[in-house]
Design a protein around this ligand. Structure first.
Ligand SMILES: [Fe+2]
Length: 489
């Protein structure tokens, strides 16, 4: 009998012959200890798994391709015009020349007979040494203020004994519509055909008011990739202003990522961004719209999120123009399969909606997506979120119902025509087939979205699946998703 009782761990022995771990309290402690051990083992396994996964992703997350040694031409190159805060009166001309600081100027004059003064103006330029991972350059810029709307100008730049050709630019009339082209990621590693795409685009639209670039213009922060970009776009940037957002490929990876040291001196955008983000988060005022550009790559930590939230809110609230367009690289709603940008979604979407943003131009996903916000009664309204790409790299898209219109494997550019009451948005393939078409109208204080492409078929041309059993399965699943999507629409 006693033996039976002793085998029971709950048995309380009056003479305490049982060890404490056999008592109820002892057993309970032992159970807690065993749970704790199991917890530690699970945590260790998870940590090891996470470490293993991190090790496989380490290069992708933290290592940029090295920059090869390069030679900076002694002449003037990379001539780029950018707007000041006021699109109708300010231009900045930026260029690179050599590895020594030299005296530099910009000559410009109005070439319209309507101009009261057509005399040549000589402006001193500011030179700045730019040190990169494998070399040093001198970048220069000169700011032109007091330009007149509706006038044409000619200019050239000089550095030491080097002089550029004469180029022309025009300042649109204050009452004219604003016409611009939006291009998402380009990210051509070289030989990807971007030169042919941009050449065809330029021959179709030689003089848009400006070019908007949504980031990842280049494959990586090296002199070679910037050469790929400038060889592709030619001297278009010397006559048409460029408004660019940074992409992650303009950053050098690492535990603390840094923007390519060339980016700011090459563009010199308005210094009206949040503190610490000078000339990379900024806004530009056009006659009928305010365009707000954010460096979404560097908005990852609480301090930068807080700063940008309050700056974006203020930039939207103080805009007096009828249209507000915002541009940044990382999509609020990603279209790439399995991707999500929680900071943009959860920290900025509400500000875009409450601040009355009409259109949000984004990239990063190398596929196409258009999403309109839905009103309480289900009507399409603003903000309209766009993701587009012109890159030879294509990613597999997801099929969430949140997207009004999607596509993959496409090379697209977007044209926007903005008047005080209407915004016409079109997305077109570089071989000139329309892919999306919206008309946004301001009617009685409301913005109405008219979807002109609702009956157009979607294109899913993505096919970069590996030629393996797993890859074939993925392809089959993708095609099933395509059929499911088509049956719903
Ligand atoms: Fe990107």
């Amino acid at each position: 009998m006693m033996k039976k009782k002793r085998s029971n761990p709950y048995y309380r022995s009056r003479n305490r012959k049982f060890s404490r771990r056999h008592s109820r309290r002892g057993y309970s402690r032992s159970r807690r200890g065993s749970r704790r051990r199991r917890g530690w083992i699970i945590a260790l396994v998870l940590l090891l798994a996470l470490g293993g996964w991190g090790a496989t992703r380490y290069r992708a997350w933290f290592v940029s391709p090295p920059e090869s040694a390069y030679v900076v031409p002694q002449g003037i190159d990379r001539l780029t015009i950018t707007p000041g805060e006021d699109f109708l009166t300010q231009r900045v001309v930026n260029w690179r020349c050599d590895t020594l600081l030299q005296d530099a100027w910009l000559d410009y004059r109005c070439i319209d007979s309507l101009c009261a003064d057509t005399a040549l103006v000589e402006l001193p330029a500011v030179g700045q040494e730019v040190v990169t991972r494998a070399g040093r350059n001198y970048y220069y810029h000169a700011e032109i203020n007091g330009l007149k709307a509706g006038r044409n100008y000619t200019y050239r730049v000089k550095t030491g004994s080097n002089t550029s050709p004469w180029y022309q630019f025009c300042i649109p009339d204050s009452t004219a519509a604003t016409d611009f082209i939006y291009i998402g990621d380009v990210q051509d590693p070289g030989g990807g055909g971007t030169d042919a795409l941009l050449h065809s685009l330029r021959s179709r639209y030689p003089r848009p008011d400006f070019l908007a670039l949504g980031g990842d213009q280049i494959e990586g922060a090296t002199d070679y990739y910037w050469n790929v970009w400038y060889q592709a776009i030619g001297d278009w940037t010397a006559t048409v202003p460029v408004v660019a957002a940074t992409g992650n490929h303009e950053y050098i990876k690492g535990l603390n990522r840094t923007l390519d040291s060339r980016w700011v001196p090459q563009y010199n955008y308005p210094d009206n961004g949040p503190k610490g983000f000078s000339r990379r988060s900024y806004f530009i005022d056009f006659p009928h719209m305010r365009l707000i550009v954010m460096d979404s790559n560097d908005i990852q930590w609480p301090a930068s999120i807080v700063k940008h939230r309050s700056w974006l809110k203020d930039a939207l609230d103080t805009a007096v123009q009828p249209w507000k367009i915002v541009m940044f690289h990382h999509g609020v709603y990603s279209v790439r399969q399995g991707r999500m940008n929680p900071v943009m979604r959860y920290c900025f979407r509400s500000i875009l909606e409450e601040g009355g943003a009409d259109m949000v131009l984004q990239g990063h996903d190398h596929a196409y997506s258009r999403i309109s916000t839905k009103s309480e009664n289900g009507e399409k309204t603003t903000p309209v979120y766009i993701i587009s790409s012109a890159s030879p790299k294509h990613y597999r898209n997801g099929f969430s119902d949140v997207h009004d219109r999607i596509g993959s494997g496409l090379f697209l550019y977007q044209t926007l025509h903005v008047t005080p009451t209407e915004l016409r948005y079109r997305s077109t393939t570089f071989d000139n087939n329309p892919y999306d078409d919206l008309l946004l109208r301001k009617i009685n204080g409301k913005t109405v979205v008219q979807d002109n492409a609702k009956d157009w078929g979607e294109i899913f041309a993505f096919d970069a699946f590996p030629d393996t059993k797993k890859g074939h399965k993925k392809r089959d699943r993708y095609h099933e998703e395509v059929l499911k999507r088509r049956s719903k629409l």
